[in-house]
Structure formats: C-alpha cells, structure tokens
Design a protein around this ligand. Structure first.
Ligand SMILES: [Zn+2]
Ligand SMILES: [Zn+2]
Length: 189
C-alpha cells in the first residue's frame, strides 16, 4: 500500500508532499526468535531497524523510524533490550502549523518461554515476539506535554485567525492585565 507522506529533512517539513513513501507495516516488529531458543543461555543477537515510514499501530505512524534491539537467551526466555526513535507529524497546539516531534522508546522486557498463559509478554508457540504493542505504549508516553513549533510560539489571533508568528494583526485587543484595568478605572477612563 502506498501512502503520500511529507518527508522530514531534520527539523523542517517540506511544504508539499514531494515523495511517495511506501509505509512499512508493523509486521516488521514481530520477530522470529526461534533460532535464539536453540542457543545456550547468554547467547545474544542484535537486530537493527531503519524505515522511512513505519506503521507502529493503527493510530501511530512514525517517519525516520530507527533503532536496534539486543535479544538475549535467558533461563526464563528471551530478554529484549533496545532503543527506538521515530518522528510523528502533529500540529503546534498554539498556531496549528504542521511540525514533527521525535518520540522514543526504551525497551527492556523479558519475553517468557515456554509461554505462561497469564504473562503479558511471551515468546509465542511459533517462536515470535511482538515489539509493536510495547513500542506503541512507550512512544506515546514519550510525547511532549504540549507540542509547540518553537518555545515562544505566539499562536494565532483568536479574532482574525492570523498566525502571529508572521507578524501582528490589526485587531484591537482588550487589556487583560487586571492591575492595568484597575488603574484605568481610577483614572476614569
Ligand atoms: Zn506554533
Ligand atoms: Zn487579529
């Protein structure tokens, strides 16, 4: 399936969609670790990821997805340890300009084998572990409290809708400073 998606060039979004990237599906996060189960305790293997656009979940697409996970055979199963980064396309909460923000996930998780039916993280009977659900949760938790295009974004004028980062508008605004309001009253204005 092909998706039109804005490419990120470091911190800048290209104004128009100039490239069509094929979206990689989350299946790549489902890893076959069967080979690891045959190895001795302590054996490990590192797997690297790099995808221009990855669907981590139905509600999370990340551009420039990159990272690596080290999988180690332990007595209890397979221990996964790694770090992932990706960029999410959002709007500045003040001025609504499209921006990209970097999300990250630190994976440190034991996947049990043989699989315990009550455990959340297990190596499946077919020898797979799925990093997708863990990654989604962790990436979403790493979102900034407020997404801003820049720390001092001036936002948009509530009256005319102009982006105030591009300059002031002609709207007359009421002075909302309460001390100034009191002073004005005292002066009879
Ligand atoms: Zn902004
Ligand atoms: Zn205005």
């Amino acid at each position: 399936m092909l998706y039109c998606f804005q490419l990120f060039s470091r911190n800048h979004l290209l104004p128009n969609c100039e490239t069509t990237l094929s979206k990689i599906l989350r299946d790549v996060l489902r890893l076959n670790v069967g080979f690891l189960l045959k190895e001795n305790v302590g054996y490990s293997r590192k797997i690297s990821f790099e995808h221009p656009l990855l669907e981590v979940a139905d509600d999370l697409d990340l551009a420039n997805f990159r990272g690596a996970v080290r999988l180690t055979r332990t007595v209890q199963g397979v221990y996964a340890q790694g770090k992932f980064l990706g960029e999410e396309s959002v709007e500045c909460v003040r001025c609504l300009t499209p921006i990209s923000q970097t999300l990250q996930s630190q994976v440190e998780q034991l996947y049990e084998f043989p699989p315990d039916p009550n455990a959340d993280f297990v190596v499946s009977e077919s020898g797979h572990i799925d990093l997708a659900s863990f990654l989604r949760e962790d990436m979403i938790l790493s979102r900034p409290m407020r997404s801003l295009c820049k720390p001092d974004c001036k936002g948009i004028c509530p009256l005319c809708g102009k982006n105030l980062n591009e300059g002031a508008c002609d709207c007359v605004k009421e002075d909302i400073n309460p001390q100034m309001a009191v002073l004005k009253k005292l002066l009879g204005k």
